[in-house]
Design a protein around this ligand. Structure first.
Ligand SMILES: C[S@@+](CC[C@H](N)C(=O)[O-])C[C@H]1O[C@@H](n2cnc3c(N)ncnc32)[C@H](O)[C@@H]1O
Length: 234
């Protein structure tokens, strides 16, 4: 499906704006990607764009992952409906996890572990999920093990921070101590003000990705809010 035909069908969906969605579509088309992982599905807007580009490419799959609880409370089968209505189901694998996509990545690593080596699976990863240093720092390292040499990883929202979002939404930035979680055997602790105000994905990109000896060809989107990295090797 061409992007001009897709745009009017997904334009009203949250979250990524149409210009950025078109950028992902074009990337998948230009690079000829065929095995794609998306972390953070929401209503399926970017999933649909990736699947439409795969169809134009002549095949491939996008695996997308979100949380069960968020799907049940907010998204309500939106991605599945959007993808089915567009006739793109054959290119799309929709997954939900209880706690985090990092558990999904752990399972993928187990599946890809063959004779003591992880066989890379994806040629493009789009990370647009938690926007949290602890979660996405690990997600990057797990994705790294699954990304093929020459593959690309794209980090969304380099400039996003929780403090400003709370201010904009009128939600609290109070630093109260949360509860003890007996299953996890941990005290859930709130972020300090510096952590709340930090741009977590931007930190991952600057501190862990751009300094990683196995990555190169670092690029920002025009608005500097997306960061690209290519895994070195052929
Ligand atoms: C900004 S939205 C994704 C938008 C989507 N890529 C688009 O523009 O069409 C981020 C999504 O990540 C999901 N998410 C956040 N943390 C997650 C985690 N640890 N594991 C799985 N999904 C997560 C949220 O539930 C939310 O739906």
């Amino acid at each position: 499906m061409l992007f001009e035909d897709l745009r009017p069908k997904i334009t009203n969906l949250k979250y990524t704006h149409d210009g950025a969605v078109e950028e992902i579509y074009n990337l998948v088309r230009e690079k000829g990607f065929s095995s794609i992982l998306e972390l953070g599905t929401a209503f399926g807007k970017t999933t649909a764009a990736i699947a439409a580009a795969l169809q134009e490419n002549g095949g491939g799959f996008v695996e997308t992952v979100d949380l069960h609880v968020v799907e049940e409370r907010f998204h309500k089968n939106s991605c599945k409906t959007v993808i089915n209505d567009l006739g793109l189901a054959e290119f799309t694998i929709i997954n939900h996890e209880n706690h985090s996509y990092n558990w999904y990545l752990k399972k993928q690593i187990e599946t890809q572990l063959k004779a003591g080596k992880i066989e890379p699976k994806y040629d493009f990863v789009f990370l647009d999920g938690a926007h949290n240093f602890t979660i996405d720092g690990l997600a990057f390292h797990l994705c790294d093990r699954l990304l093929k040499p020459g593959g690309v990883i794209l980090f969304d929202d380099l400039k996003y921070n929780i403090f400003d979002l709370n201010e904009a939404q009128g939600t609290s930035n109070e630093f109260t101590l949360d509860s003890f979680d007996p299953r996890a055997r941990v005290v859930r602790t709130p972020m300090g003000e510096d952590e709340l105000k930090a741009c977590h994905v931007g930190l991952i990109y600057e501190l862990m990705v751009k300094t990683h000896p196995g990555y190169g060809d670092f690029k920002y989107s025009n608005n500097q809010n997306w960061g690209y990295a290519t895994k070195l090797g052929s």
